[in-house]
Design a protein around this ligand. Structure first.
Ligand SMILES: Cc1cc2nc3c(=O)[nH]c(=O)nc-3n(C[C@H](O)[C@H](O)[C@H](O)COP(=O)(O)OP(=O)(O)OC[C@H]3O[C@@H](n4cnc5c(N)ncnc54)[C@H](O)[C@@H]3O)c2cc1C
Length: 375
């Protein structure tokens, strides 16, 4: 079958949409195939942080990739605003992790110092700030249990649902084709630079294919000579009514939306494909938030949900091009908001050019699991 498109991108979540949109900037006209509303979609249930400070402990290449993405974010947000009129709500004032005991503070200080050491000449700007006037001024309303915080200037947050919508809109307005209710299953042809799939009752062919199907990548990848050993990891989030108080910067598990509500998150639960909520977990999230900011305890909770992260055995992203079927790529990560800048503006040009940059992404290949997975 002759190519119907320049590229097939499988998965219309944040990862697929960012890459698909980025490919249009390289002059390509991809088709974006997306499963129906039954799908697990981390992109619709996440916390919205553009978060750098905790990323890449023991893996400085991941810290560098995350930093590169945070640096690309202002251009991504500006580009999306110019093309769609949507403000994705990006704020990058830096971010804070609060410590509720001396032990937590010391452990955090050691971790941040090690990350700085691992960063080498690349640098890692951070400060440990003990409880006192400076921290109180940075974050008014802190509670008496807070003993200090780590701060890095790279962190921020955005509205992830507006981001997803803006990426889709920019993609289609740039000439890309979005096909909903289009699950790619069995009828797959994969040969070097020659791919065809059936989805939603139609056949699509292209010289490139990008597997960005989140948890669906685990099953799809072997069909293209790739390996994507991702598993679900549940996270729960709660949202309060709009608050009169103002949180000037995000905290790892607490952030204020541009509309004023407070988002509290997010748990880490190994429960397989189970999106039920557990009151015990919600209680822990709420208790920690109130210990950090007692005024949060006066707010009503208006929504709560759970969603499944797309998690690799070591928690790092996975990017590869197939060796047996060049032209087939895979992208997997559990920080699709944070990495949207890199996916749209750094990864997509690599895919369009036909080669992943080994300096940036070589260590994020699934080859690192070749000698046994921890999953
Ligand atoms: C509770 C929680 C909080 C989070 N907080 C943050 C945060 O603060 N910051 C951050 O950066 N990240 C955060 N994340 C992670 C972020 O949401 C994910 O990294 C990101 O959404 C993953 O996007 P994705 O496109 O890979 O996957 P998904 O959103 O799961 O999308 C996958 C898409 O692929 C489609 N699909 C699947 N299989 C097929 C198939 N066979 N054929 C066609 N289509 C298919 C599905 O329909 C779906 O649309 C959080 C995640 C959770 C769960």
């Amino acid at each position: 079958m002759p190519p119907s498109h320049d590229a097939i991108v499988i998965g219309g979540g944040l990862v697929g949409a960012a890459i698909a949109w980025g490919l249009t900037g390289q002059g390509l006209r991809p088709v974006l195939l997306d499963e129906g509303d039954v799908a697990y979609r981390a992109s619709r249930g996440n916390f919205g942080l553009v978060w750098v400070q905790s990323k890449g402990f023991g893996a400085p290449h991941y810290q560098r990739w995350t930093r590169a993405s945070a640096a690309e974010w202002p251009a991504l947000a500006a580009d999306l605003a110019a093309r769609t009129g949507r403000d994705v709500g990006l704020r990058q004032p830096g971010g804070v992790q609060l410590c509720l005991s001396e032990a937590e503070f010391e452990e955090r200080a050691a971790r941040m110092a090690q990350m700085r050491a691992e960063a080498g000449n690349f640098g890692f700007d951070h400060r440990m700030i003990p409880m006192g006037p400076e921290l109180r001024e940075m974050l008014p309303g802190l509670g008496p249990r807070v003993v200090g915080a780590s701060f890095t200037p790279y962190d921020g947050h955005a509205n992830p649902l507006v981001l997803l919508h803006a990426l889709h809109r920019a993609f289609t307005e740039a000439g890309g084709t979005y096909v909903p209710n289009a699950r790619v299953e069995d009828d797959i042809h994969a040969a070097p630079h020659d791919f065809a799939v059936t989805a939603g009752g139609q056949r699509f062919a292209a010289p490139r294919v990008v597997l960005a199907a989140g948890l669906g990548n685990a099953d799809l990848a072997p069909r293209f000579g790739l390996h994507a050993p991702v598993r679900p990891q549940r996270g729960q989030v709660i949202v309060t009514e709009r608050a009169a108080e103002v949180l000037p910067m995000p905290v790892t598990t607490i952030r204020q939306t541009t509309e004023g509500s407070i988002m509290l998150g997010d748990s880490v639960e190994e429960v397989g494909f189970d999106t039920r909520q557990r009151p015990e977990v919600i209680k822990v999230i709420a208790e920690r938030a109130v210990a950090c900011f007692p005024w949060i305890g006066r707010l009503n909770i208006v929504r709560a949900w759970s969603a499944l992260r797309v998690m690799a055995p070591d928690g790092l992203p996975i990017y590869d091009q197939s060796e047996s079927c060049p032209g087939a790529f895979t992208a997997n990560c559990h920080s699709g908001v944070t990495l949207a800048g890199a996916h749209a503006r750094l990864l997509a040009p690599m895919i369009a050019a036909g080669a992943l940059d080994a300096d940036r992404l070589g260590l994020l290949s699934a080859h690192r699991f070749a000698h046994g997975e921890a999953a």
